[in-house]
Design a protein around this ligand. Sequence first.
Ligand code: SF4
Length: 128
Amino acid sequence: MSGSVTRQIVRIDEELCNGCGLCVTPCAEGAIEMVDGKARVLREELCDGAGFCLGVCPTGALTLETRQTVAFDHSMVERLAAERAPAYISQSCFRCHGSEETRALLPVRTKGQSLWVCTRCLPGLIHG
Ligand code: SF4
């Protein structure tokens, strides 16, 4: 592979992917797209390997691996983000229903579900 580097990148297990689409929004770089009902990283230069998508996957289809691939392209991420319409789906806290427009949300796994919780409700979730 010409111009390749060894780095961390998201791996999607197609067998485990149920096509729910929950991993698309957490990927701020727009690296994950749904194709024929499965999540895919079509342009590996858009995946920074941070793994914010991992926590929301209900099936464990997402993992990180270290392998040879193209370098992360921050300028391409910025260019594509500027071209995209601001069409993200706003998420809300599963406890207080507060919107991400007004507070920071974090992905959590609880009782077998992948959900978003705000920083105000997180202590209550941890301590009961
Ligand atoms: S969150 Fe997991 S199961 Fe859902 S589309 Fe993404 S990879 Fe597939």
